[in-house]
Design a protein around this ligand. Structure first.
Ligand code: IPE
Ligand code: IPE
Ligand code: MG
Length: 242
């Protein structure tokens, strides 16, 4: 019933590894990584940027079709103005600088969330990157920016109300979320040892397998990714069936 493609062609993988079509990652622990080293939190975010790029590369080489990363939540506005400013600057610079490589890898870009709440320079830069990568047909990289699972559902419901709907189905909601057209993630990874969703993809993770890694995000690497995929490969997904 549920197709789970076995990867056999990639020599670095053992034959029983099932690579999810969609992996979603809560990139957490930048601040603690920095604190551990006596560095400012912003240094942790810069190191996290490198991890982000390496993870995109790793997922692409494993032929993951969709990679979603949680970069900024609707609750992250509670942080200091300085930290938000650095985070936002880092994000759009990392993305803009990475566009030629994404182009080379045939990766397209989607943003999930109300990214237009950021400053005009950031919004323009993000939209330019999306536009450049628009026709790519390989992996889709989704970046959740000013994203909240609850806001996502409200956004969908409001769209439906505006279109005149009186009775709303699950399919209606699915088709009006920021993730429209993207299959639900089979695997959600969170780093840093925290074991919660923190308002990430609430609707879309109804049946996702969850994997919690104890490493801080800047230390997350391909080996950790493969460990998560190995764990996922051993899960017995029943979707409520017997
Ligand atoms: C994740 O690391 C980055 C964002 C939330 C944007 P944190 O900044 O949350 O790091 P910790 O959890 O405080 O260590
Ligand atoms: C979740 O991490 C948000 C992102 C990774 C962007 P947080 O660090 O904001 O989550 P809490 O506050 O520990 O739940
Ligand atoms: Mg955190």
């Amino acid at each position: 019933m549920f197709k789970r493609k076995k990867i056999t062609a990639i020599s670095e993988l053992n034959n029983n590894l099932i690579v999810p079509k969609h992996i979603a990652i809560i990139m957490d622990g930048n601040g603690r990584w920095a604190k551990q080293r006596g560095l400012p939190r912003t240094a942790g975010h810069a190191a996290g940027g490198e991890s982000f790029i390496n993870t995109v590369d790793a997922c692409n080489s494993l032929r993951v079709k969709y990679l979603t990363v949680f970069a900024f939540s609707t609750e992250n506005w509670k942080r200091s103005e300085d930290e938000i400013k650095t985070l936002v600057e880092l994000m759009h610079k990392y993305i803009a600088n990475y566009v030629p490589k994404l182009m080379e890898l045939n990766i397209s870009l989607r943003l999930l969330g109300d990214y237009k709440a950021f400053d005009a320079v950031t919004v323009t830069s993000l939209e330019k990157s999306i536009d450049t990568l628009r026709n790519n047909t390989g992996m889709t990289l989704c970046i959740a920016l000013n994203y909240g699972g609850k806001a996502d559902i409200c956004y969908a419901v409001n769209n439906l109300i505006q279109s005149g709907k009186r009775v709303i189905t699950e399919k209606d909601i699915t088709e009006n979320l920021y993730t429209v057209g993207i299959p639900d993630p089979e695997l959600v990874i969170r780093t840093s040892g925290e074991e919660r969703l923190s308002n990430f993809l609430l609707w879309q993770t109804a049946y996702s397998e969850l994997y919690f890694s104890t490493v801080y995000w800047p230390d997350f690497d391909k080996k950790e990714l493969l460990t998560a995929i190995e764990s996922y490969s051993k899960r017995n997904r029943r979707f409520g069936g017997a």
